[in-house]
Design a protein around this ligand. Structure first.
Ligand SMILES: Nc1nc2c(ncn2[C@@H]2O[C@H](COP(=O)(O)OP(=O)(O)OP(=O)(O)O)[C@@H](O)[C@H]2O)c(=O)[nH]1
Ligand SMILES: [Mg+2]
Length: 242
């Protein structure tokens, strides 16, 4: 099992408001690893090989005033890894469910992935359906309207993206993070609860429901890969993971 943690030791000193656990799931070859690589490195992953088990990466982004650290678990789509990868679904706050617009088979199997994610993820799991490889329009096998209907029927968000061109790659992650934040603000998700898939990054900011209301006025899609801020005084040891 590979763990590609590209943050260095200074990450321990990083401050953020929330830490969220996301999983990337879907059939093999749909472009999950490329999508994630484009999101974390702003480049296309050449010669991508099948993921063996699970790979980990992270990125910190800003949503309004809030700094969110995403813990991203890229899972293998191959059947033989299914039991291993499912163990990583536990307590996920968000799931990026990927199919390939040029593969009807990858679309036909979506229900299976969604069922597993909902069974094992956080009770308020946010799911974003991504139709990847939108750059291959001429080979399209799944129409946007069909996927959009499936998404509506299954109560998930939907968009198409291209890991190759980078088109719409940030959107699913921003959308998922924003939905989770909104759930926290609405009181539907409690980061203090085990298995919520979210934890506070700094105890000083635990005032979500009192004076400091969350604000999503300006969604920032700006690239802040692995943002690191060295604020010794603010760092609290032992901040929980999801
Ligand atoms: N044209 C095009 N090809 C893509 C895109 N994303 C990924 N690919 C190609 O699709 C293939 C599979 O990509 P991966 O990211 O490795 O697929 P995966 O879903 O991670 O596969 P597993 O790890 O086996 O589950 C590779 O040959 C990529 O180059 C895309 O947006 N457009
Ligand atoms: Mg992969």
């Amino acid at each position: 099992m590979a763990f590609n943690v590209d943050d260095d030791a200074t990450e321990l000193l990083e401050t953020y408001d929330f830490l969220m656990k996301f999983i990337i799931i879907g059939e093999a070859g749909t472009g999950k690893s490329c999508l994630l690589h484009q999101f974390t490195h702003n480049s296309f992953k050449d010669h991508s090989q099948h993921t063996i088990g699970v790979e980990f990466s992270s990125r910190t982004l800003k949503l309004g005033e809030k700094k969110i650290k995403l813990q991203l678990w890229d899972t293998a789509g191959q059947e033989r890894f299914r039991s291993v990868t499912r163990s990583y679904y536990r307590g996920a706050a968000g799931a990026i469910l990927v199919y390939d617009i040029t593969s009807r088979e990858s679309f036909a199997n979506l229900s299976r992935w969604l069922t597993d994610a909902r069974a094992l993820g956080s009770a308020s799991l946010v799911v974003i359906l991504v139709g990847n490889k939108s750059d291959r329009e001429e080979e399209r096998e799944v129409e946007w309207s069909e996927a959009s209907k499936w998404a509506a029927d299954n109560d998930v968000h939907f968009l198409e993206a291209s890991s190759l061109s980078g088109d719409n790659v940030e959107a699913p992650f921003l959308l998922a993070a924003r939905s989770v934040l909104l759930a926290i603000e609405a009181g539907a998700l409690d980061p203090e609860k085990a298995g919520s898939g979210v934890s506070y990054g700094d105890r000083a900011l635990r005032r979500v429901n009192s004076s400091s209301r969350l604000s999503f006025g300006s969604l920032s899609g700006g690239r802040q890969k692995n943002t690191v801020k060295l604020k010794m005084k603010k760092w609290m040891p032992g901040s929980r993971c999801c």
